[in-house]
Design a protein around this ligand. Structure first.
Ligand code: BES
Ligand code: ZN
Ligand code: ZN
Length: 459
């Protein structure tokens, strides 16, 4: 997407951005006729107000982004107003209200995303002349990442199985001249990924482990994303209502792919690795069963107490591999538990971190990224809950109390250095349309991490 912004010099509609506090002063600069029209329509800078004022002069656009309180209730305040503008090219004359936050411009573009797999809007209908202060590459990186993430999640499972997910990573690798490799089917057993194989073996498409490597200097960062392309629950079959959205169970992988794109597009000086166990949790005669005991790459045995707790199993083998080359940081993202949703709802990405430095960089980063995250604890006293009688670990502790925490503790068992590990339990979906976040697949936490990484790693 080379030409995100309209070319400079394009004939554009002059656009004034107002808050409720600044509207009066901005309107005072306009002609009498323009002021009268604005007044007639009751324009006062309120959130999501948009007005084209067409008096004797050239038309201008007025956008309202409200007051602090209104803005706190949503993200992407600019997008909320811009959504009401007709197609055209716009140029800001007065954008102090945006306080130089590039993410508001990202919102302008990603609000216009519609899932049309074969006709993604390549050139947004509401175009924008680049404000001087904006870094076009950085904004493009974020917008492209968001579109990629949404397209991957929104694609139905029939068109986004493990093979197609692998193709998407292969393409991304080619785009950034990264190394791509993959282990497929029974080769997973030969190379000691027993849990990825066990979860994925019942599906028509073979399970696989996708591996991308990029960059030759700087800290080693490994991203691990849950790539369950469809989660039926397995033999512990999900009821219809719970299964309905499970094409999005590869949302963790879509988010790490989006994050990887931003990192590579902006050439962050890191050695990046992306690992995605890509499987379908299906039902068949050869499906893994409740009470089976699986071996894992790390050597820990796992008693299966619910075949629907499959994400932690495939992630465990990938995390064990991630640890083998001792990276400086490992980060996993996964649509892992319903418990995380109950705890914080759909918008907020709960994360678990073994590093205080990472947590504080992230909690700062999430504000400017307008990508809310919230820390939950790796609560050691709950370790006992994931230890069954007859194996090392239990994949689904009875009762389910603290389900997001016990899942995170389970994953942590598979990394070598818990202080260099963070995990995100995300939703990756919006049930309703909101400014900048249309209904359907959405990134959750990827931009917050992207903002935080340079601070955290002193890049
Ligand atoms: N993919 C689901 C988790 C999920 C459900 C994420 C709904 C987002 C929305 C996961 O594989 C799962 O089914 N987890 C179970 C685990 C339980 C059986 C221990 C859950 O959370 O109910
Ligand atoms: Zn499941
Ligand atoms: Zn799942």
């Amino acid at each position: 997407m080379a030409d995100l912004f309209a070319p400079t010099g394009a004939e554009a509609i002059k656009t004034y951005i107002c808050t409720q506090e600044t509207a009066e002063a901005v309107l005072a600069q306009l002609s009498d006729a323009q002021q009268k029209i604005a007044q007639f329509h009751g324009f006062d800078g309120g959130l999501s107000q948009a007005l084209i004022v067409h008096a004797a002069e050239q038309p201008i656009a007025l956008l309202g982004i409200g007051n602090d309180a209104a803005r706190k209730r949503g993200r992407f305040a600019l997008a909320a107003a811009a959504a009401k503008l007709p197609d055209g090219i716009y140029e800001f004359c007065n954008d102090d209200a945006l306080q130089g936050n590039p993410v508001e411009l990202v919102g302008w573009f990603i609000d216009q995303y519609r899932f049309d797999r074969y006709k993604t809007i390549k050139r947004p209908a509401r175009q924008l002349v680049k404000p001087d202060w904006a870094d076009a590459d950085r904004i493009a990186a974020m917008v492209e990442a968001e579109i990629l993430c949404r397209d991957l999640i929104n694609a139905p499972a029939a068109d986004m199985g493990p093979a197609e997910l692998a193709d998407a990573v292969r393409e991304l690798a080619a785009q950034h001249m990264a190394e791509f490799s993959i282990i497929v089917g029974d080769e997973l057993l030969a190379q000691n990924f027993p849990m990825i194989h066990a979860v994925g073996r019942a599906a028509e498409q073979e399970p696989r482990l996708i591996d991308l490597k990029w960059g030759s200097a700087g800290p080693k960062i490994t991203l691990v994303g849950k790539g369950v392309c469809f989660d039926t629950g397995g033999l512990d079959l999900k009821p219809a209502a719970s299964m309905a959205l499970m094409k999005k169970d590869m949302g963790g992988s879509a988010n790490v792919i989006a994050l990887a794109h931003m990192i590579m597009r902006m050439k962050l000086p890191v050695q990046l690795r992306v690992l995605i166990p890509a499987v379908e949790n299906a039902v068949s005669g050869n499906a893994f069963r409740p009470k089976d005991i699986l071996n894992s790459r790390k050597g820990l045995s796992v008693e299966i107490n619910n075949t629907d707790a499959e994400g932690r199993l495939v992630l465990a083998d990938a995390l064990a591999l991630a640890s083998e080359d001792n990276p400086d940081f490992i980060l996993s993202m996964a649509t892992l538990t319903g418990a995380a949703r109950v705890a914080v709802g759909p918008d907020i990405a709960p994360f678990f971190s073994g590093s205080d430095a990472f947590s504080s960089a992230l909690l700062l980063g999430c504000h400017s990224a307008q990508d809310p995250v919230w820390e939950l604890p790796f609560w050691d006293p709950y370790e006992a809950m994931i230890e069954p009688d007859i194996a090392d670990l239990d994949n689904a502790p009875a009762g389910g109390l603290g389900g997001a925490i016990t899942a995170a503790l389970f994953l942590r068992r598979f990394v070598n250095d818990p202080e260099k590990y963070a995990h995100f339990d995300i939703f990756a979906w919006s049930a309703q349309n909101a400014p900048g976040r249309p209904k359907g697949g959405n990134s959750t936490g990827a931009r917050a991490v992207f903002e935080a990484l340079p601070k955290f790693l002193n890049l």
